[in-house]
Design a protein around this ligand. Structure first.
Ligand code: PFF
Length: 450
């Protein structure tokens, strides 16, 4: 390990940072709305099965490679390669990972900027500054640019603090706040009229929908995005773990936290939609499906909050604050992938790397904002539907086929001499070698065929 590398100070610090990366807009916004529109609890069951049987093994591939190499994805994939050709291909995949993580950040920051703007807008309502509030909530280039830059600035600021002083410190502060805020909001919304109807939609399974191949593939894509897989974030966080830690256990905890928060978020979003329905807000599209995605968050929920008067302003501030925090603990992991590479492999100072890469990401966001209707959806599709599954596939190939089996076992034995006889070692190597690549390829084929 080089002396410039950081390391998480504790198991708790790692769990907060890695689950902070995993828990983001995907959990609180994406998962509940997808569940709502796709068979409720049936989607949940499919999601749970896929998360544990496929996303967890893929997460472990990244964590084990990262912890073994104690370096960024580019160098790590090179380190475990037995020959120069595979080393070069590995390094190229690592670079692709940096690029995709940065592109994800470029659209994620725009959405996160809206969250901050909506949070501030509600604060302005509280002080009676209606005009400012209206500006903050209306779609415009200046507002979008301003808040995107603010969000990227916050992300770069935290990353400049390093692994312990930045990532770990802020994740350990923000994650408990996030969980507490979520629980308070749920407790409040569940007391309102209409909430139980939303709960029913969420919890009563409609299995006719959950068995369609399209839905299964969609649930898998959601699980990969939610666990931040395929772009090297988990590999980098794994590289900051000490050799004393039990990797399968920590990976399991992170997976569990991610899933639990997604499921719990459903207890907020679905009931909130039906409370909105009771207050006269439209929550269905013309074809009878539930409104989802941006219309839900930025139209339905604000309309709902407006019907609650003063309480609504407070709930609104709290809700958008929650979303901003969730986004921030995820965005730092996206930026860290490239910063880790720049500092370790290119000898750039951390602060400078965060600044330069932050500016590059901001430039990409600017392009997206100026040509929003064409670029926003395109970048999301390219990065999350194609990039993540394809690179996740490469990570599994490197863990399962390229890296020598003994090397993997030695890594697992470091802190746990019994690992060789454990359940994980009996199942995981096969999974990551055969099952994960095949299924990921299936997702990719599906995405490619449209
Ligand atoms: N896991 C994050 C979410 O659910 O919102 C998104 C994400 C974070 C994707 C980090 C990719 C990544 F590298």
């Amino acid at each position: 390990m080089t002396s410039t590398r950081g390391e998480f100070s504790s198991r708790f610090g790692f769990i907060m940072a890695a689950s902070g990366s995993a828990v983001g807009l995907g959990n609180i916004w994406g998962f509940p709305t997808q569940a709502a529109g796709n068979g409720g609890a049936a989607f949940l069951v499919v999601y749970l099965v896929l998360a544990f049987t496929l996303a967890y093994p893929a997460l472990m591939a990244e964590l084990i490679i990262g912890r073994h190499a104690h370096s960024n994805p580019v160098r790590a994939l090179r380190t475990i390669s037995p020959n120069p050709l595979l080393a070069r291909l590995g390094a190229a995949s690592g670079i692709a990972g940096l690029g995709i993580a940065s592109l994800i950040l470029s659209f994620y920051a725009i959405v996160a900027g809206w969250m901050i703007a909506f949070c501030l807008a509600s604060l302005m309502d509280l002080f009676g500054a209606a005009e400012l509030s209206a500006w903050l909530t209306s779609f415009g280039v200046v507002r979008n640019l301003l808040f995107t830059y603010l969000f990227i600035g916050l992300t770069a600021f935290i990353i400049t603090g390093g692994v312990r002083g930045g990532i770990e410190r802020w994740s350990a502060r923000l994650m408990p706040v996030l969980i507490l805020t979520l629980l308070i909001l749920i407790a409040y919304v569940l007391t309102l009229e209409g909430a139980t109807e939303g709960l029913k939609i969420y919890l009563l399974p409609d299995f006719s929908r959950s068995l369609s191949p399209d839905l299964i593939l969609r649930a898998l894509g959601a699980a990969f995005f939610s666990l931040s897989l395929g772009v090297g974030t988990m590999l980098v966080y794994g590289s900051y773990l000490s050799d004393e830690e039990n990797l399968p256990l920590l990976g399991g905890v992170v997976t569990l936290v991610d899933i639990i928060i997604a499921v719990i978020a459903g207890f907020l979003i679905l009931p909130a939609m039906y409370v909105a329905l009771h207050s006269g807000v439209h929550i269905f599209n013309a074809d009878g499906t539930l409104i989802s995605e941006d219309t839900l968050i930025f139209t339905v929920l604000p309309e709902l909050f407006a019907t609650m008067r003063l309480a609504g302003v407070i709930v609104s501030i709290t809700f958008f604050f929650l979303m901003s925090i969730a986004a921030l603990t995820s965005s730092i992991s996206m930026l860290e992938v490239s910063v880790a590479y720049a500092t370790e492999s290119r000898g750039v100072k951390r602060g400078r790397a965060a600044l330069v890469i932050g500016c590059a990401v901001a430039a990409a966001s600017t392009l997206i904002i100026f040509d929003f209707s064409n670029l926003f959806g395109l970048v999301i599709t390219l990065t999350t539907r194609y990039g993540q599954p394809l690179l996740g596939f490469v990570f599994c190939l490197y863990a399962g086929w390229v890296w020598h089996r003994d090397g993997v076992l030695q890594e697992l034995l470091k802190n746990n001499p019994e690992a060789e006889h454990g359940l994980f070692w009996r199942i995981w190597p096969w999974y990551v070698k055969f099952v994960c690549p095949v299924i990921i390829l299936a997702i990719f084929a599906q995405a490619a065929l449209g």
